[in-house]
Design a protein around this ligand. Structure first.
Ligand code: GRF
Length: 210
């Protein structure tokens, strides 16, 4: 199988996927391309170190082309993102959003669906909880202020609604009293690294059964 991974930052989840392909944890699978919406994403370095081709897809030119219409800019960006993916050789069987901080529009979802390319996403919260950015911090605050006992991580199918597609795999993470946000983030990222491999494995297994 060929996977394209979308990133925006450090790429520790991308690294988990790179390592899983190398170790055989994801059999017959390779990451054939990495796309980042941020030039400075360290994940681009991780990909280069693993000899994986990369693309930096920058939103700024689209915002400049449509200075008063953000939705138009995002749509045009997603149309080109679709073209980039569909032009890849080999074309990916699966797209994994791993720390990808860009809300995709139907201009991306529809062409991918038409091409039979599934998209899955990592989100550091449980289904129906803390959708959107800053999920870990929001859970940490709920733990301190409302006594929330646990949060978690999920890998889910990507649909138009943010962080709301059907969960493929989830894991609970207990919240600890007096724990710093940094400590919770570190514990959650550890869980992410395992879950993104498991979620990808289950999705590919499903593709293989077709
Ligand atoms: C995840 O918690 C992701 O949701 C958030 O950053 C973390 C992943 O970072 N955007 P990365 O995989 O190390 O880039």
């Amino acid at each position: 199988f060929n996977i394209a991974v979308l990133i925006s930052g450090n790429g520790s989840n991308l690294q988990a996927l790179i390592d899983a392909c190398a170790s055989g944890a994801l059999p017959n699978t390779r990451i054939s391309h990495v796309i980042s919406n941020r030039k400075a994403a360290y994940g681009l370095t991780r990909a280069a170190n693993a000899s994986i081709p990369t693309t930096y897809h920058n939103l700024v030119p689209y915002k400049k082309a449509h200075p008063t219409d953000t939705q138009r800019a995002r749509t045009a960006y997603d149309v080109d993102l679709s073209s980039i993916i569909l032009a890849l050789d080999p074309r990916p069987d699966l797209i994994v959003c791993a720390g990808w901080m860009h809300i995709v529009t139907p201009s991306f979802l529809s062409p991918m669906a038409d091409a039979g390319i599934k998209i899955i996403n990592l989100h550091p919260a449980l289904p129906g909880e803390f959708a959107g950015a800053g999920a870990i911090e929001r859970a940490w605050r709920a733990g301190r202020e409302e006594g929330l006992a646990r949060t978690g991580v999920m890998i889910h199918e990507v649909i138009a609604e943010v962080d709301a597609g059907e969960a493929i795999v989830t894991a609970e993470v207990a919240l600890r009293r007096e724990e710093s946000l940094e400590e919770l983030e570190a514990r959650i990222h550890e869980v992410e690294h395992g879950l993104i491999v498991e979620g990808t494995r289950r999705t590919l297994e499903g593709l293989g059964k077709k």
